[in-house]
Design a protein around this ligand. Sequence first.
Ligand code: ADP
Length: 286
Amino acid sequence: MFWLIEYVNMDNIEEMKAKIAKLEQIADEYNTGTKLLIRRDLELSRANEKLQKFDEIKSNFISIVAHQLRTPLSGIKWTLSMLLNGDMGPLNNDQKTFLMKSYESNTRMITLVNDMLVADGIQSGKVHYGFKHIDIIDLMDNVLFEVSPQASKRNISINYKNKFENLPQAYADPEAMRAVLQNLLENAIKYTIDGGKVEIDVKKEDDHLLISINDNGIGIPKDQAKNVFVKFFRARNAIRQETDGSGLGLYITKSIIEKNGGTIYFESEEGKGSTFYFTVPLQESH
Ligand code: ADP
């Protein structure tokens, strides 16, 4: 009996030793794994730092190029408008037409450069807003005054759906809101066929205003709707129509609206038209 116990104990000791060895091996592997993870973590942090530096360099590059382009483009605009105004002598119709085309291309380039600067500012968090109470209808009237020549040139009517009485003021950055209204109205005009209709509505809903801009234009293809707010996206029917654009407008618009405490969404049917909706808070909400 005694021998048997001793035999069993010896056996147990061997078993324990084997278990300890196994545990030591697991601990070693665990340590190696931890060291590897720490090293990977360090490598990832360094890669991330490098990416941030590259992003900063890219951002500075865009900013320098865009600023450098803006000055000569503004100079060209000034010269062209002087020529068009006849400040340097009378022009015949052909000369006027060609100069007008150059003037329009130049304006498009200025818009593109500005949009690139704004989009880059948004991405790198450089845009700052100054919020205050504003009358959205006043702002809309102002923007309408600016964009209506584009509409009347193509016989597109723009109307308010309602008379807006007792609408409360909104709380937002006025310049940024102006850019939003301008972009949505210009899109509604640009993507509507000649003789079409644009209708604007503003309603008070709970703690915000809901603004909608409806057009009976080319609409947005269903399978491309999810990309509409993506930077540089342009739908295939818009490209087919040879309308010009950079695909930056709605990316910028969405960012502004959200930073001003609102949301943006749309309904659209290809060939029938689109309605873009967005909200602006009535009081400070951010
Ligand atoms: P851009 O107008 O410069 O191309 P935006 O970012 O403003 O860029 O719009 C992105 C795309 O969304 C447009 O190219 C067009 O395909 C589509 N889109 C925007 N607004 C409308 C609209 N009112 N009707 C039809 N398509 C639109």
